[in-house]
Design a protein around this ligand. Structure first.
Ligand code: IPE
Ligand code: IPE
Ligand code: MG
Length: 249
């Protein structure tokens, strides 16, 4: 009997779901171009994919999801596109906050909010405070985020503490650096997904991805759905992580 589904959904081991999934959401512009639409239409469609992905992570029991939404380099885009992205972001927070809260999602931000519009900052602060106690899942949005800028910020903080005599040079170790990153108390991502078939990090989580498993998918972000997430997690579950040790050890 021919199956209507050529690729049956891979079986997931529910007990070995990654603790922290990070996603570089790429390909909104190409998705739009492929249907003769302006780039902004791709970003708008990307917003639905974000909603689907948060839901899917909650259902699958992924405790932490980090989404790369805007990089420190994305300011180089035409002002119209940057403006549209900021408007979309603002709309999305206003529209989704209650749902996030109702679903037990805790919102966090990685990135420099200092250069974001005050009304966006205010709204983000409100939702962060609203959802602070939620336990079902952590949604960490990387906004105006750059991995190098994040490391520079940590280095400055450490230097200032040393200069003030509050920290001894001998006490600067990996933990001391990691604690001062935006992801401070979060475990490193287990799985990184990048869509739209680009195989680069684009300044994302440079420190935190040291031993992360990478999965590059040939799907534009607006078309990303639960089946892609499940496929990536299934692939993750077949990887052998060594952390520098010997196989099986
Ligand atoms: C990702 O899609 C969204 C952001 C970077 C904000 P792109 O806008 O980068 O889409 P492409 O890469 O041009 O297709
Ligand atoms: C990375 O995608 C940034 C986000 C997804 C927010 P880009 O589309 O900006 O990356 P490059 O420019 O192709 O490396
Ligand atoms: Mg891109």
């Amino acid at each position: 009997v021919p199956s209507r589904q050529p690729h049956p959904a891979p079986a997931l081991d529910r007990l070995r779901v990654p603790t922290h999934v990070a996603i570089i959401m790429d390909g909104n512009g190409r998705w739009a171009a492929a249907q003769g639409l302006p780039r902004v239409a791709g970003h708008r469609a990307g917003r639905d994919a974000v909603r689907r992905t948060i839901e899917a992570c909650r259902d699958l029991g992924v405790p932490i999801l980090t989404l790369y939404a805007f990089s420190t380099e994305n300011w180089r885009r035409p002002p119209d596109e940057v403006g549209a992205l900021m408007d979309l972001l603002h709309e999305a927070i206003l529209a989704e906050a209650d749902d996030l809260h109702r679903n037990g999602v805790q919102l966090r931000i990685s990135g420099d909010l200092g250069s974001m519009a005050p009304e966006i900052r205010r709204e983000l602060d409100r939702v962060i405070a609203l959802t602070r106690g939620n336990q079902a899942m952590i949604l960490n949005m990387a906004l105006n985020y750059g991995g190098r800028a994040e490391i520079v910020r940590a280095v400055r903080e450490i230097a200032a503490e040393v200069a003030a005599g509050r920290l001894r040079v001998e006490h600067i170790d990996e933990r001391a650096v990691a604690r001062r990153l935006y992801t401070g108390d979060l475990p490193d991502p287990d799985l990184l997904i990048r869509t739209a078939n680009e195989q680069r990090l684009s300044n994302f989580l440079l420190w935190q991805l040291a031993y992360t498993e990478f999965c590059f998918l040939d799907v534009y972000w607006p078309d990303f759905g639960r089946e892609h997430l499940v496929a990536a997690i299934a692939e993750f579950q077949h990887r052998q992580r060594r952390f520098g040790g010997a196989p099986g050890g």
